[in-house]
Design a protein around this ligand. Structure first.
Ligand SMILES: [Zn+2]
Length: 102
């Protein structure tokens, strides 16, 4: 099943715009970044779709962590992102379509 990655996601009272930013890895050595001040989640487009999915979940979980004061450690956020991406893609057969934000 294909699922379109939307242009915007909502976390609690916050809305984030999803953007592909092709200088993230080169300039900042990052695959993704979540900025709650600007309401923008950036994803590095050169990453393959599996890495993009992990990165997107990572950034969304970062936003959840902040919004709900979960106090999760950064490594835990990463482990959850990997677990979610694997389950959704491998076990549930979800294929993410990035077309709308590319
Ligand atoms: Zn992070």
């Amino acid at each position: 099943m294909k699922v379109k990655i939307p242009r915007r996601v909502t976390v609690g009272a916050y809305e984030y715009e999803l953007r592909m930013v092709d200088t993230l890895l080169r300039d900042d050595r990052l695959l993704g970044r979540c900025n709650s001040d600007t309401g923008i989640i950036e994803i590095e487009p050169s990453a393959n779709t599996n890495i993009r999915a992990v990165t997107l979940f990572h950034e969304i979980i970062e936003a959840i962590n902040l919004c709900y004061s979960c106090k999760m450690e950064h490594d835990d956020i990463d482990r959850m992102a990997h677990g979610l991406a694997a389950t959704l893609q491998r076990d549930l057969g979800i294929e993410f379509d990035w077309e709308d934000i590319e």
